[in-house]
Design a protein around this ligand. Structure first.
Ligand code: MG
Length: 384
């Protein structure tokens, strides 16, 4: 039986908008994306090439039993070459080189690549035909590029180990976006095998959402409610925005009932208790605290489960202050805290027609509903 090694390239620094770290370590379906990608190759030895300063992220993502990572280089091809060099001491017959950003690679693709190599191909690459019409702009005109003969290359790209190692060593000066390009420079004949649409390269927020959907998962909604009493003062905080008013709001924190209701709604989606449990009013740390911190905390808990907030809707209930002039600022502030598009944030206002405590202007209230997507494998989150 041929000896096969897997090399996963995870050295990218690519960060997701509003996120804290490189995307390959971000959760996908409850697991760091890199871990999912590596798990797809279960049964073969997997070496991972990582970027500078990513050792701790790697350990957390992969667990203590993973093989040690390989330090990558400046360009992707440098990282691949360094990864191949790390395999030399125990050289395999074949190596499968795969992008960390393709976590949905199927067993079937992997086996097709291996089968082509075992049948004698020097290299094998999963490819997909181009379905969209392709155009190029020339002198202000859109010129149609014939699709015939055009293919999209995916990974894993498999090669005879000795051949691809030599190709990378010999062609370091070239600029190549994948290993088929390097193989081509070395004159290696690379065979195409069938790729799959689901083997997408996860790059943008939309890709993450699509990958979550392909993995399966669930959508949950929950509500939150809060009320605060008016007191002396000259402003109130509502939905993260400071509004001038002839009263203030009484509360341990900044008394932002809008953000409190929303925080509770998000906590409700993951059955994580309520805001009072996470930020007890008896704890002096939260005295006068800005409530965006509470919302941010709830959002982090969702992300730790591999989930995402999809939409939120806040209703403010008061006679005064007037909400209308501040509504767009409130939507923008919530969108900012939750890293959401503003069209996923709704802020509404109503009065109670003079009835009840809000009608008597003793205080104001807020209701919120949040919708959250969660991966099907929430239980896998504990180790993070
Ligand atoms: Mg409150």
């Amino acid at each position: 039986m041929s000896r096969i090694a897997v090399l996963i390239v995870a050295a990218g620094k690519g960060e997701r908008t509003g996120r804290t770290g490189p995307k390959q370590y971000e959760p996908l379906g409850g697991l760091p994306m890199l871990r999912r990608t590596a798990d797809a190759f279960h049964g073969w030895p997997v070496r991972v090439v990582i970027g500078p300063g990513q050792d701790a992220l790697y350990r957390t993502a992969m667990g203590e039993n993973a093989l040690p990572p390989v330090a990558g280089g400046t360009r992707r091809q440098d990282s691949v070459r360094l990864g191949l060099e790390a395999l030399v001491t125990d050289a395999p017959d074949f190596v499968l080189i795969h992008d960390a950003a393709r976590p949905l690679v199927s067993r079937a693709i992997i086996e097709r690549v291996i089968a082509a190599l075992e049948a004698g191909a020097a290299g094998a690459v999963p490819m997909l035909a181009v379905a969209d019409t392709l155009r190029r702009q020339e002198d202000g005109q859109w010129v149609t590029v014939p699709r015939e003969g055009l293919w999209r290359a995916q990974t894993p790209q498999g090669f005879r180990f000795a051949d691809i190692l030599k190709a990378h060593r010999d062609h370091q000066a070239a600029d190549a976006t994948d290993d088929v390009a390097i193989a081509g420079l070395a004159g290696l004949a690379v065979e195409a095998v069938a790729g799959e649409e689901d083997n997408l390269k996860v790059t943008t927020e939309k890709d993450f959402a699509l990958a979550e959907r392909l993995l399966g998962g669930e959508t949950r909604s929950a509500m939150g409610y809060d009320a605060h009493r008016f007191t002396e003062g000259d402003h109130v905080w509502l939905c993260g925005v400071k509004l001038p008013h002839d009263h203030g709001l009484e509360g341990h924190s900044d008394a932002d009932a809008g953000l409190h209701a929303l925080t509770d709604a998000i906590l409700g989606c993951i059955s994580a208790g309520d805001i009072g449990q996470h930020f007890p009013p008896t704890d002096d740390r939260w005295k006068g605290a800005p409530s965006w911190k509470f919302l941010d905390h709830a959002h982090r808990l969702v992300r730790q489960k591999g989930g995402a907030v999809l939409h939120c809707d806040v209703t403010l209930i008061c006679e005064r202050p007037k909400i209308g002039p501040h509504r767009e600022a409130m939507r923008a502030r919530i969108a900012e805290i939750l890293s959401l598009d503003i069209d996923r944030v709704s802020v509404k206002a109503t009065t109670t027609e003079g009835m009840g405590y809000t009608g008597r202007r003793e205080g104001l209230a807020a209701q919120a509903v949040a919708t959250v997507s969660l991966p099907s494998r929430c239980e896998a989150v504990g180790h993070r």
